[in-house]
Ligand binder design. Structure first.
Ligand code: EPU
Length: 418
């Protein structure tokens, strides 16, 4: 087991480059098994969620090679293997193997996914979509068995909630179904557009990604292609938050500004100073922050995944502020830990509130989920004294080389054995 030690108060300065998007990558990898020839992905982040997916691919007899952010996936000899337990339960995105195996084999046995504990994370909309396309689904104590006695046939699907995962899974299941599928009330996240771009390059016929209705005309085969993954807007937002908190001039490279508008608008409202320079964002030094009210929303609203990384800024900003996470109201693992470090944050129902500006002091804390971990790293960079962060494995699910990247910016941060 490893832990992070951060001695706070060292200003960040210099440049950091953002990786390809985790939440695209973890959908693109399962989507690749729909091809009948090898797929190459560029910009793949070297994070533990990716390694878990590669192990699952190996179990499906799919060959992979991952080096220097380039991943080749050769699904030519793929076999339909039941995956009721094991690695499939170690991350959320393994649910994409449900849509992908249905599409590839017309059947599958996949255990329910794991991933960060953010309160209830049902997959009813995923299963409803598969059923609408003709799949028979049995849930035997968390093992989902899918069959298609009459094949997969296009249909109309209306999503009751706007869901990233259900939208992508419905697309994966429908892409080779007979006839036309129309999916309404879909999510608009850039990662969905990335996955659709990839599938269309492979030969799929999908229209409307980025709007709230997607139309799919089923095709018979999909061919391997090369695809470059979009930058990770959540990793970018995390480093931007760190730079606003403690920076003396930091440039964040490989950013699509339009993907971060909701987040950057909130930072601007707090008084943060930054410039957009092409595909980089420069964050100025000496920020004076005033507090704000944040409500997370599906894209293009303020992203739930950036709620935790921005929280340290609300802790230190002048005045009162609030956060309401409408996507995951129980995404609050970071709050008791921040309070151990001296924050004055309170939880009333689904509202997190901050009163006045608090001074943070180093303390032993626990990264109970990925973005809570990112929040605590930023809090540790701000705090006086030493912060010790346990459960680091949660951070490594989604942030590549976080120690090296922050060290290059001047942070005093080390990974040590517990
Ligand atoms: N929901 C349902 N039924 C469903 C699916 C979702 O009620 O069948 C609800 C959820 O409970 C939640 C809301 O719909 O309240 C939205 O959830 P969504 O399905 O969009 O989340 P997800 O697909 O499971 C992805 C990301 C998360 C990110 C959310 C929201 C991946 C692998 N995960 O999860 O990323 O928070 O979208 O944007 O893409 C992270 O990176 O830290 C992370 C947790």
């Amino acid at each position: 087991m490893q832990k992070l030690l951060i001695r706070g108060g060292k200003p960040l300065k210099g440049e950091v480059t953002i990786n390809g998007a985790k939440n695209s990558t973890v959908a693109l990898i399962p989507a690749a098994i729909l091809a009948d020839s090898p797929v190459t992905l560029h910009g793949v982040p070297d994070i533990s969620d990716v390694h878990a997916l590669l192990e699952i691919l190996e179990d499906f007899n799919v060959k992979t090679h991952f080096e220097n952010h380039t991943l080749t996936i050769d699904p030519t000899n793929i076999m339909s293997i039941p995956m009721p337990t094991g690695k499939i339960q170690s991350l959320r995105a393994s649910y994409y193997f449900m849509g992908a195996t249905l599409s590839r084999f017309g059947k599958g046995v996949i255990g329910l996914p794991g991933g960060c504990m953010l309160g209830p994370r049902p997959i009813d909309q995923h299963l409803k979509s598969f059923r609408a396309l003709g799949a028979k689904i049995e849930d035997d104590y968390g093992v989902i068995t899918m069959t298609t006695p009459e094949g997969l046939n296009g249909n109309r699907i209306y999503m009751d909630v706007v869901s990233v995962g259900a939208t992508i899974n419905a697309i994966l299941a429908a892409v080779k179904a007979k006839g036309r599928t129309i999916i309404e009330n879909v999510a608009l996240e850039p990662e969905i557009i990335d996955v659709v771009t990839f599938l269309n390059k492979m030969g799929a016929k999908i229209r409307g990604a980025g709007t709230n209705m997607i139309r799919i005309d089923g095709v018979e085969e999909l061919t391997g292609v090369t695809h470059a993954i979009i930058p990770d807007r959540i990793e970018a937002g995390t480093y931007i938050s760190a730079a606003v908190a403690t920076g003396e001039g930091v440039t964040i490279n490989n950013v699509i500004y339009e993907h971060l508008e909701g987040f950057l608008a909130k930072l601007a409202e707090m008084g943060a100073k930054f410039d957009v320079r092409g595909d980089s964002i420069y964050v100025h030094s000496d920020q004076k922050l005033t507090n704000v009210n944040i409500k997370t929303q599906p894209y293009p609203g303020f992203a739930t995944d950036l709620q935790q990384p921005i929280t340290p800024l609300l802790v230190i900003a002048e005045g009162d502020g609030t956060i309401i996470d409408t996507i995951y109201p129980q995404r609050i693992n970071h709050i008791p830990e921040l309070n151990r470090m001296g924050a004055d944050a309170h939880i009333h129902g689904n509202i997190i509130s901050f009163e006045g500006s608090s001074k943070l002091t180093g303390a032993p804390v626990k990264a109970s989920d990925l973005r809570a971990g990112a929040c605590l790293v930023i809090a540790g960079l701000i705090a006086d004294g030493e912060t010790e962060i346990l459960r680091v494995e949660n951070i490594l699910r989604g942030y590549e080389n976080i120690v090296e990247k922050l060290t290059a910016l001047g942070a005093d941060i080390q990974m040590v054995e517990e």
